[in-house]
Write a protein that binds this ligand. Structure first.
Ligand code: ARG
Ligand code: ASP
Length: 711
């Protein structure tokens, strides 16, 4: 009987036999360390994270709150992706110096370019503060009271936990509210641009190749951390000096082969691995299709204009890439969730969970969890869908409406905080909208608007009936003919005068009236109810996590990503995307030439790179077979935010730079399947080859520490 039960557990819980997971670097001792060493790692948990001595974690840097970067020289040289440094590279560009198109290389420290407002954060220590955060919480009755108490405790601990005066404390929740960790951090504020390849290398393949393997993109850029003379964080000053790190990553020129151990160290943003089947069903069948349809319509319109008009192409390039990135990801995610049978697997897992709950006599505590989930997910469906329609149509993809929404918020500020707050906000809004309108084209936006307001009216639940019956073409024409929101000068005109005058003008404006109806509806009929149900779902999710940890004591449970420092590990490995097809794990420069389309905006190749390829001038960076590797894939479980993360070998040497995932595995944020989920990295030898042979920036290579561990 015992053996039978054991077997059952083993068979029915296939999720645990798998790889994957994003682990907390201070808690690797035990299961993770054993697994990592079994996969080939030659280090200990202390080599990765140590508070008393320098360790790998001292080289890992949160790049401006979004991406990851790593220190690769004793002089604070930072490596990250081209798409992570894109905004900075763009902001230093002009028609005379188009660094996006031509690349940029500082040939000495004095040529490195400052980026006001940009920050880079290091983790000093990770501390478990769960007990203090949850103090006095259990005895409270309602979920709202509990959350309030938790927030109070968090603010108290954040101000009192010991740290140096140049450091910060930040508390984050793990395992859906079952654990709280405090991070002591150091944030540097003088980060300068050092180098970037041309987009034809750094963004090679652009949207067509995005989320796709095989890949041939040199997606990297270089920055440098500057510190005060005391090596502490300091605001920008020309007297600041390159930061001396506690650790920087040695770089291995040995390269990778199938089966090699690799790990990725970085700041993954958000995953939802423990959703019940009802939630995944809702994403697959309801939310993702709606968002995909909206973006599909917006992108088609923009693409049509961008192909015909060069100025529009420049104006919309960055916005288009941002919207297209997740549009494409959701399509891949839905395909992957269906193909991997994720919903069915979740249901089987839930059955197993329920059996365990009954067998362990825990029905009183956990017996209703799944049926409660089902109830609340049914309740939230229309609110969640209406919320996505509002956000995607009004806030993310129709520019006139999103500008209008800022003015709507301005009106709210006046109503809740009065004239002074209104004036401050008004001045900020005027400034903020200036750069917004620089990249705004009313004709493009009008065409997007007509498509999107139609989708909103015909498909969003919980909207005022007038939106369902309006003549969309007529409304579109009226709004773009009459609303002052269709130009920056119009907005400036609207905002002239005191609060009363401004609000009077706003409330006569056709565009403003429309967004106000949509926003008022959202804030009265959708948002509050959504938040109310969502609070219950979060509480259930916390209880469900606790229950899973108890019911499957040998399970491999990692906390969902939450923009904190994590380790993920695996092996270099190809995969089979479909019947009879196998993808090898490494690409080469030959593949760049196979994809080459002269003058194409996605697949052009710079003349100088073609020459280097023709003469096979690869120097010390070529692989043993004489070929130049470009990208490789492995089974590391990564997500958005892991871009720019280092891929490290068994000894902790840098071998690659993470930047993407493969098409078939984009569902890994919800369901990680080791058979097809792969992360994509640039081979570090390709990065060095471009810096040295393409850009002639040998002085940067000289700063680094190159090693050949196998030789
Ligand atoms: N898909 C990658 C990530 O989510 C890369 C995105 C940047 N590249 C692009 N073509 N938009 O961020
Ligand atoms: N491209 C993503 C990033 O920018 C990484 C991913 O989603 O795999 O973080």
């Amino acid at each position: 009987m015992r053996i039978f039960k054991f077997l059952l557990l083993f068979i029915a819980v296939p999720l645990f036999a798998q790889q994957g997971g994003m682990w907390i670097p201070s808690m690797l001792k035990g299961m993770n360390e054993t697994e990592m060493q079994r996969l080939g790692m030659k280090m200990t948990a202390e080599d990765i994270y140590d508070v008393n001595q320098s360790s790998l974690k001292d080289a890992i840097v949160h790049f401006d709150g979004g991406c990851t970067s790593e220190i690769i020289s004793p002089k604070g040289l930072l490596l990250t992706n081209h798409h992570c440094g894109y905004g900075e590279i763009q902001s230093h560009s002009s028609v005379e110096h188009d660094y996006l198109q031509d690349g940029f290389w500082a040939m000495s420290l004095s040529e490195e370019l400052p980026n006001p407002g940009m920050v880079a954060t290091l983790i000093v220590s990770i501390n478990d503060v769960t007990n203090s955060v949850l103090e006095g919480v259990a005895q409270l009755n309602s979920e709202a009271e509990k959350q309030k108490k938790i927030q109070e405790n968090i603010s108290k601990i954040q101000t009192t936990f010991p740290k140096e005066n140049w450091q910060e404390n930040q508390i984050k929740t793990f395992y859906e509210g079952n654990q709280y960790l405090l991070f002591v951090t150091e944030t540097f504020k003088d980060i300068r641009l050092v180098g970037a390849p041309p987009s034809a290398i750094g963004k090679f393949g652009s949207d067509t190749d995005n989320w796709v393997w095989p890949r041939h993109t040199g997606d990297f850029s270089l920055f440098r951390i500057y510190a005060g003379k005391d090596n502490k964080p300091a605001a920008y000053s020309k007297d600041n000096v390159p930061y001396t790190p506690k650790h920087f990553l040695p770089i291995s020129l040995d390269g990778v082969a199938e089966g090699d151990f690799t790990m990725v160290f970085g700041f993954p943003g958000r995953t939802q691995e423990y959703l019940p089947s009802f939630a995944v069903e809702q994403i697959v069948n309801s939310l993702n299709p709606a968002k995909i349809e909206i973006r599909d319509a917006a992108l088609k319109v923009q693409d049509g204009f961008m192909r015909k008009d060069k100025a529009i192409k420049i104006q919309y390039a960055s916005k288009y890439a941002r919207v297209a990135n997740y549009w494409k990801k959701w399509i891949g995610e839905n395909l992957g969730l269906k193909k991997s049978n994720a919903i069915q697997l979740k249901k089987e897992y839930e059955n197993e969970f329920s059996k365990n709950v009954a067998a362990k006599g825990k029905s009183a505590d956990y017996g209703n969890l799944l049926s409660d989930f089902e109830k609340y997910y049914n309740q939230i469906n229309d609110y969640a869908l209406a919320r996505d329609y509002f956000v995607e149509v009004a806030l993310r993809n129709t520019e006139l409406l999103s500008a209008g929404f800022r003015l709507y918020q301005l009106e709210q500020v006046y109503k809740t905080k009065g004239e002074q707050a209104f004036n401050d906000r008004k001045n900020n809004t005027i400034k903020g909208l200036e750069s917004f309108y620089k990249d705004f084209n009313a004709t493009v936006d009008k065409n997007v608007f007509e498509k999107l307001i139609t989708l909103y009216g015909q498909k969003s639940p919980l909207i005022p009936s007038e939106f369902k019956t309006m003549d969309y073409a007529k409304v579109t024409n009226e709004v773009y003919a009459k609303s002052k929101l269709a130009s920056y000068s119009g907005v400036q005109e609207l905002l002239k005068g005191d609060a009363k005058q401004v609000l009077k003008k706003l409330n006569k404006d056709k565009g403003f009236i429309l967004i106000k109806k949509m926003a008022d509806n959202y804030f009265t009929n959708i948002g509050p109810k959504y938040d109310e149900i969502d609070l219950q779902i979060s509480a259930l999710q916390r209880e469900y996590m606790k229950a899973q940890l108890e019911m499957f004591p040998n399970g491999r449970f990692f906390p969902d990503a939450n923009s904190t420092l994590r380790i993920t590990y695996g092996q270099v490995k190809g995969y089979s995307p479909s019947d009879a097809v196998y993808y090898e794990p490494v690409t080469h420069l030959e593949g760049v030439m196979e994809k080459y389309v002269p003058n194409d905006y996605e697949f052009d190749v710079p003349e100088k790179l073609i020459q280097l390829i023709n003469t096979k001038n690869y120097g010390q960076y070529a692989a043993k077979d004489g070929k130049m590797p470009v990208c490789f894939i492995a089974t590391n479980h990564t997500t958005g935010g892991n871009s720019g993360s280092p891929a490290l070998d068994a000894h902790g040497n840098l071998v690659g730079l993470n930047f993407d995932r493969v098409w078939e595995g984009t569902m890994s944020d919800i369901h990680y399947d080791p058979a097809i989920c792969r992360n994509i990295m640039v081979d570090i030898r390709y990065v060095l080859f471009i810096i040295d042979k393409y850009a002639g920036a040998k002085h940067l290579i000289d700063e680094m520490h190159l090693v050949y561990p196998k030789k």
